[in-house]
Design a protein around this ligand. Structure first.
Ligand SMILES: Nc1ncnc2c1ncn2[C@@H]1O[C@H](COP(=O)(O)OP(=O)(O)OP(=O)(O)O)[C@@H](O)[C@H]1O
Length: 255
């Protein structure tokens, strides 16, 4: 076994104040992600997937339990420390890309490094390297409004990766893409994970996107319900995921 990148231990998240209507969105979730692992998180709507991603990504605090990322306990950090930690150790990919429209693709990708105060002569080779990995070297001078959804998402993936974070956290990254662009983004993510040992945690409703992962955690009612590992081909894993989904939810809930 390699190095543990994410260690989630008995994490709880209760929304609402004491004596008010409280909602327990996470109820004792524990798991690890190893360096270079590609882990999917699935489950029915309202199961707690986004809540889990938010507490792992330091955007929200758990109400109980502990989370370590790259050996650092993030559950007891102050806001200022968390902001630094997030910008150095985490990479984010969201459904709606979150690219800044008045910056070029190059400038968007460079942003995490610029924000860290890295000098521009050092930024250039990093941006060019990651752009080459994602096959978007030819669009670096373009603005987001002039490129396709698939290209936007590759640019967002490059931005998530440029500062070599401990882990990439992706929330429905293929949700706004057509099936061809979704496939090419997932293939790019697999390439990064296989050839560059990038660790990824992916929340998705989409069984096809999930089939690119090594392992899927199924969350239901705020608890870890089941865990499955990919053994054979991606097609076989796709089928295993569909079977697992049909076990605990009605088909129209899964989308
Ligand atoms: N800020 C909040 N205050 C109160 N309840 C919340 C809050 N955020 C989420 N919840 C509740 O926690 C539960 C889990 O929500 P979460 O968004 O994590 O689910 P999900 O599995 O990501 O769902 P979906 O697949 O629909 O995005 C839901 O019942 C939701 O209503």
């Amino acid at each position: 076994m390699g190095t543990t990148v994410v260690n989630v231990k008995d994490v709880q998240k209760v929304f609402g104040k004491r004596n008010e209507n409280q909602y327990r969105a996470l109820n004792g979730v524990s798991f690890n992600i190893q360096e270079g692992e590609f882990v999917g998180v699935m489950g029915p709507s309202g199961a707690g997937k986004t809540t889990l991603l938010n507490v792992v990504s330091t955007l929200d605090k758990p109400t109980g339990g502990a989370i370590q990322i790259a050996g650092t306990d993030i559950t007891h950090m102050k806001q200022g420390q968390l902001a630094d930690f997030r910008s150095e150790q985490l990479g984010f990919i969201f459904q709606d890309f979150n690219l800044l429209e008045n910056l070029t693709v190059y400038e968007n990708i460079a942003l995490p490094l610029s924000l860290q105060g890295v000098p521009s002569r050092k930024i250039k080779p990093s941006v060019q390297e990651v752009a080459a990995k994602l096959g978007i070297t030819n669009i670096l001078e373009k603005y987001p409004a002039t490129i396709s959804g698939g290209q936007k998402q590759r640019a967002a993936a490059a931005r998530a990766l440029v500062h070599e974070p401990a882990i990439i956290l992706a929330d429905e990254p293929t949700g706004a893409l057509d099936s061809k662009s979704a496939k090419s983004l997932m293939e790019a993510m697999v390439h990064l994970h296989k050839n560059h040992h990038v660790s990824i945690m992916l929340v998705t409703h989409d069984p096809l996107s999930a089939s690119y992962c090594d392992r899927i955690l199924f969350i239901q009612d705020g608890e870890l319900y089941k865990e499955i590992f990919r053994k054979g081909s991606r097609n076989e894993f796709h089928q295993t995921i569909l079977d697992a989904l049909s076990e605990f939810t009605s088909p129209d809930e899964v989308e």
